[in-house]
Design a binder for this molecule. Structure first.
Ligand SMILES: Nc1nc2c(ncn2[C@@H]2O[C@H](COP(=O)(O)OP(=O)(O)OP(=O)(O)O)[C@@H](O)[C@H]2O)c(=O)[nH]1
Ligand SMILES: [Mg+2]
Length: 455
C-alpha cells in the first residue's frame, strides 16, 4: 500500500497503474471548505488526539517488525550491502520500469533519513490532530506524514502568526468585537500582505455581521477564519479541481515558472520526491539552460529521489529542444509526471516570455493529450511586490496555479490571500523550508488554522 500525498489517501498497489477517467472527483480530505469541519469540544479533541497517537504508535511498531522480517539476509559468499538499483540501471537491463517502480522506489526511500517519525505526544501533535479531526478524519486514517507536515506548517507560519494573531488576540481581549477592533484588523491584514481586495472583502463581511449581532472574540475569530478560507477556496472551486494530482497511467506535464530565485528548482525537486513517494513515475526536464549551474542543481535533486533528468549539455541549448526530448522519453517510458524546470531570468524580460511561450507550444503540439499545468512559483517573503512582478508571466505561460514558497521565516503569509483574490489563481502547493519534505498540497482549512492558531 502507498500513501498518495497529492490526494491524501492510501491507495492499493493495484490502483497505482491506471486511473479511470471518472476518478477525477475529489477524494480523501476535503481541500478545505470550512463547512465540513465537525465541531468537537476541547476535551473530545484531546481524547481524539490521544487515540490517534496510540493508533500511529501501533502502526509504526507493526511496520518496524515487518521491516525487520523483510531485511535481506546475506547469502553465503555474497556481499549484499552495496546492492542499490536505480531506475536508470533497471532500464539498462531491460526491466519494465512501470512494473517495478513502486517496490523499487519505496524501498529506496524507506531508508531516507528525512522520513517523518512519530515524536512525542506534545502540544504540536495535539494541535495537528485537532486540525485533522475538525476535517472529519477518522482516528485510524491519520498518518505520520500529515501530522509531521502540520507541525512544519505551524512552525513555518510562526512569524506571520506572531505579527498578526498575537496582536489581534490582544486587541480582541474577551470583550465583544467593536468597530475599532475591526479598523485595527484592517491594518494587520494589510501588514501581513493580504492585499487591498481581500482585506476589503473580509472587513465588509465582518461589518455586515456586526450590524446584525454582537460577536464575542471567539465567534469573531471563527468568522474571520471562515472569511479567509472563503477567499482561498474561491479560485480552487472555480478550477473544479479540489486537489492537483497527476492522473496515473497518462502523461501529466507540470511547468514550474517564475522570476529568478523564487524557488522553482527546489519546488521541482520536492515535487519529484512527493510524486515518487506517492507511487507515480516521474521524469525531469532541465529546461533552464540560461544558468550554467542550473542543470547540475536539478540533477542533484533528481538523484535524491532516483528520478532521471533529461538535459542538453551544450551551452545555451534551446529549452524547447530539451522539452522536446523529455516528452519523447516520457512517452516511451510511460511516465506519469514530467516536471519542467524553467529559467527565471534571461538577458531581457521579453526573451524569457517568448521562450516560455515556445516551450508551451512544443508541449501542446507534441503532447496534446497530456494534462498540462503551468505553476507560478511565488516567494512569500517578497509579498505583494513579488506577486505583481510574477503576474507578468500570466500571459506567456497560461498559468493554471500557484506554488507559494518560503513561508517559513516571513511574516507575509497573508500574501496567499492576495494571490487568491487578485490573481484569481488556485494555490496548489506550499513550501515552508529547504528540506525535501517541506512542500505539501495546499489545504485552505489547514493554512488558516496554522495562520491563526491561538496557542
Ligand atoms: N527557507 C526556504 N528557502 C527556500 C524555499 N524554497 C526555496 N528556497 C531557497 O531559495 C533559494 C533559491 O531557490 P531555487 O530553487 O534555486 O530558485 P529558482 O527559482 O530555481 O532560481 P533561478 O533558477 O535562479 O531562477 C535556494 O537557496 C533555496 O534553498 C522554502 O520554502 N523555504
Ligand atoms: Mg532554478
Amino acid at each position: 500500500m502507498t500513501y498518495d500525498e497529492f490526494k491524501r489517501k492510501i491507495v492499493d498497489d493495484q490502483d497505482l497503474k491506471v486511473e479511470s477517467s471518472d476518478s477525477k472527483k475529489s477524494e480523501g480530505l476535503d481541500s478545505g471548505s470550512s463547512s465540513t469541519s465537525s465541531k468537537l469540544t476541547e476535551s473530545e479533541s484531546l481524547e481524539w488526539a490521544k487515540q490517534a497517537f496510540e493508533s500511529l504508535k501501533k502502526k509504526q511498531e507493526e511496520l518496524r517488525s515487518e521491516r525487520n522480517q523483510n531485511e535481506v539476509k546475506p547469502i553465503d559468499g555474497i556481499d549484499v550491502s552495496n546492492i542499490n538499483v536505480s531506475n536508470q540501471e533497471l532500464n539498462l537491463v531491460g526491466i519494465d520500469h512501470q512494473e517495478s517502480r513502486n517496490t523499487i522506489h519505496i524501498n529506496s526511500l524507506d531508508s531516507d533519513s528525512s522520513e517523518p517519525k512519530l515524536g512525542e505526544f506534545d502540544e504540536t501533535f495535539a494541535w495537528s490532530a485537532e486540525v485533522l479531526a475538525a476535517q472529519g478524519k477518522k482516528v485510524e486514517e491519520v498518518s505520520v506524514e500529515e501530522i509531521d507536515w502540520l507541525g512544519r506548517l505551524r512552525r513555518g507560519l510562526e512569524k506571520s502568526r506572531q505579527g498578526f494573531v498575537t496582536e489581534l488576540l490582544e486587541r480582541l481581549g474577551d470583550d465583544p468585537l467593536t468597530p475599532e477592533v475591526v479598523d485595527d484588523l484592517e491594518t494587520l491584514l494589510l501588514r501581513a500582505d493580504a492585499g487591498v481586495e481581500a482585506t476589503d472583502q473580509i472587513l465588509e463581511a465582518l461589518r455586515r455581521r456586526l450590524n446584525e449581532e454582537v460577536l464575542d472574540s471567539r465567534e469573531g475569530l471563527r468568522f474571520l477564519k471562515e472569511q479567509l478560507s472563503k477567499i482561498l477556496d474561491s479560485p480552487i472551486e472555480a478550477s473544479q479541481k479540489e486537489q492537483l494530482a497527476p492522473r496515473r497511467g497518462s502523461l501529466n506535464i507540470w511547468l514550474l515558472v517564475g522570476v529568478n530565485g523564487v524557488g522553482k528548482t527546489t519546488t521541482l525537486g520536492k515535487l519529484a520526491n512527493l510524486a515518487v513517494r506517492s507511487g507515480y513515475s516521474c521524469l525531469i526536464a532541465a529546461a533552464d539552460t540560461f544558468r550554467a549551474a542550473a542543470v547540475e542543481q536539478v540533477k542533484i535533486w533528481g538523484e535524491r529521489s532516483n528520478v532521471s533528468v533529461i538535459s542538453n549539455p551544450s551551452a545555451n541549448a534551446d529549452p524547447a529542444a530539451v522539452v522536446f526530448d523529455a516528452i519523447g522519453a516520457a512517452k516511451s517510458k510511460g511516465i506519469d509526471l514530467l516536471l519542467v524546470d524553467t529559467a527565471g531570468r534571461l538577458q531581457t524580460k521579453n526573451n524569457l516570455m517568448e521562450e516560455l511561450a515556445k516551450v508551451r507550444r512544443i508541449i501542446d503540439k507534441l503532447a496534446p493529450e497530456a494534462s498540462v499545468e503551468s505553476l507560478l512559483v511565488l516567494d512569500a517573503s517578497q509579498g505583494q511586490n513579488g506577486l505583481r512582478q510574477a503576474m507578468a508571466f500570466a500571459k506567456s505561460a497560461s498559468l493554471t496555479g500557484v506554488v507559494i514558497t518560503k513561508l517559513d521565516g516571513t511574516s507575509r503569509g497573508g500574501v496567499a490571500m492576495a494571490v487568491s483574490s487578485e490573481a484569481n489563481l488556485p494555490i496548489r502547493f506550499i513550501g515552508a523550508g529547504e528540506g525535501i519534505r517541506d512542500l505539501r498540497p495546499f489545504n485552505s482549512f489547514e493554512f488558516v488554522e496554522a495562520l491563526l492558531a491561538n496557542r
